[in-house]
Each structure stands twice: as structure tokens, then as C-alpha cells.
Design a protein around this ligand. Structure first.
Ligand SMILES: O=C(O)CCCC[C@@H]1SC[C@@H]2NC(=O)N[C@@H]21
Length: 257
């Protein structure tokens, strides 16, 4: 394998390329390296293992062989104020890819903004990061980690994996389905009204809609009922005093869990 990894075209997206690696620090890191070297975007990086996999809010992401680790580099995919919609686009695409490769219908539900759950346990995580490059272009990297054959012991959330759930889905097969589903959803997202359809699809899989939740941010814990997603995909919380509050970031927990 060359230093840059094996390369091939991405399923469903003739303009996208895939680099496949044995082991990397983090597939997100490698995407940013390619962006800083002038890559035009539309690049997937997939690895069998990561040595410094990371999750949201600075957490580690354990990355043993057999699970899926892949990141997609996009350059200026849409105006910068729409980038916050991408976690939902990615979650819908990954849900469809899991269904397709496992041969299921609606296996997963979605925890805002982009965790896939099965019976309340976390199957995957998505990490979206963005950086303005020296030439002013915006590099956006969407990293996907899916527990295909193993999951970490209980930490912040209960976790699960496809094999424990009875589905023999390899990371390779799931990745090909994901690359095709992302190409489809990104094309959709770029069309007028496209995000509204994606938002509705996300809501049709929502895990905690109408339920009492607690949102933990770096500063505070906020409780209320998960009422809706706004037009940009932010969480709308109905607080106990009846007022609505829009939440832009945070970790969601079912209240009472
Ligand atoms: O905290 C989360 O839920 C997000 C986890 C994202 C993990 C993936 S694995 C591939 C990509 N590379 C990383 O270092 N992180 C993401």
C-alpha cells in the first residue's frame, strides 16, 4: 500500500475518491492534512484502525480493528451558515446505510444531533469539524465511527454493536453503503427545500421526541421536553415554564435515565 493508501472511486459518487489505510491517527486528521495541502474535496479516508480516534467534546473514540472509521472531506459544500445542518444530513445517510447493509428497516433511532441508537444504546458516532484554510476556503470533515463487531464498556452512554445485535455486517460493506447514501443525501441537501425533507426524515427516526430530556452543555444542564427541530436542525426544547428554547449544541439524555 502506498503512503497515501489505496485509492478508488466512491460508490454512487463518480467525483468522490476513497483512500483506504491500515492505521492512521484519526481519519479526521488525515482529511484536514489533505485539505491543507490543497485537496479540492470529495475525499473519503477510511482506516482499519485509529490510534488517536476522537469523539465529540474532546472525548476519545476507541478504534479497534473490525469497526468502521471513515471521514469525508468537503470543501465549501454550502454557504458557511448551513454547515450546522450537516450533522443531520450525515445521520440520515448513516441510518439508511445501516438499514441497507443489515437488511433491516428502521433499525436505528436518532439521538440529536447525530448518534444512532438501537434500543437506547449507542451504535455509532459522527464528528463534524470545520476549518478555514489559508486561502479562505472552508474545509468540513465529517467523521463516522460505527461499532460493527465490538463496542466499548459502559462509559457516558450504554453502547452496542451490530454483531451483538445479530447482524454480520463488515466495515467494508457498511462503508460502501454509507458512501453511496452520503452522495445521495448531499445531492438532496444541495437542492432547494432539500434540507426540509432531510429534517423530516430525521424526525421520523427521532429517539426522544415528545419526551423529557436533559441537555448537558459545557456551561449548564437544561431540562424540558424535546418539542421539535427548527428549520436549521437545532433542537427546540419546551421548558417547564412553557417557554421554548433553541439548543445549538450539547449532549442529550433522557431525563430519569
Ligand atoms: O463522540 C462521538 O459520538 C463522535 C465519534 C466520531 C468517531 C469517528 S471515527 C472516524 C472519525 N475519526 C475520528 O477521530 N473521529 C471520527
Amino acid at each position: 500500500m502506498s503512503e497515501k493508501g489505496l485509492e478508488r472511486p466512491a460508490p454512487g459518487a463518480p467525483d468522490f475518491r476513497i483512500e483506504e489505510h491500515e492505521s492512521v491517527s484519526s481519519t479526521n486528521n488525515l482529511c484536514f492534512e489533505r485539505a491543507r495541502s490543497g485537496h479540492a474535496g470529495g475525499l473519503w479516508i477510511r482506516a482499519q484502525m485509529q490510534t488517536e480516534g476522537r469523539g465529540r467534546r474532546g472525548r476519545d473514540w476507541q478504534s479497534p480493528r473490525g469497526n468502521l472509521f471513515a471521514s469525508l472531506l468537503l470543501i465549501d459544500p454550502q454557504p458557511a451558515d448551513r454547515i450546522g445542518e450537516l450533522p443531520l444530513v450525515a445521520a440520515v445517510a448513516l441510518s439508511e446505510a445501516v438499514d441497507k447493509s443489515a437488511g433491516t428497516l428502521q433499525l436505528v433511532s436518532l439521538k440529536w444531533p447525530n448518534d444512532l441508537l438501537v434500543d437506547g444504546a449507542k451504535l455509532s458516532g459522527i464528528l463534524l469539524e470545520a476549518e478555514t484554510l489559508g486561502d479562505g476556503r472552508q474545509a468540513v470533515v465529517i467523521g463516522f465511527g460505527v461499532n460493527c463487531v465490538s463496542h466499548p464498556p459502559l462509559s457516558l452512554y450504554e453502547a452496542t454493536d451490530l454483531r451483538s445485535l445479530g447482524f454480520q455486517v463488515t466495515a467494508e460493506r457498511l462503508f460502501d453503503a454509507l458512501a453511496a447514501a452520503m452522495a445521495e443525501q448531499l445531492a438532496h441537501w444541495g437542492q432547494p427545500g432539500g434540507f426540509e425533507t432531510i429534517r423530516r426524515t430525521w424526525l421520523s427516526r427521532a429517539a426522544h421526541l415528545g419526551k423529557a430530556i436533559t441537555i448537558k452543555t459545557a456551561q449548564e444542564e437544561i431540562t424540558g421536553v424535546f418539542a421539535d427541530l427548527d428549520a436549521r436542525g437545532h433542537l427546540v426544547l419546551k421548558q417547564n415554564d412553557g417557554r421554548q428554547r433553541t439548543i445549538y449544541a450539547g449532549d442529550v439524555f433522557l431525563t430519569g435515565d
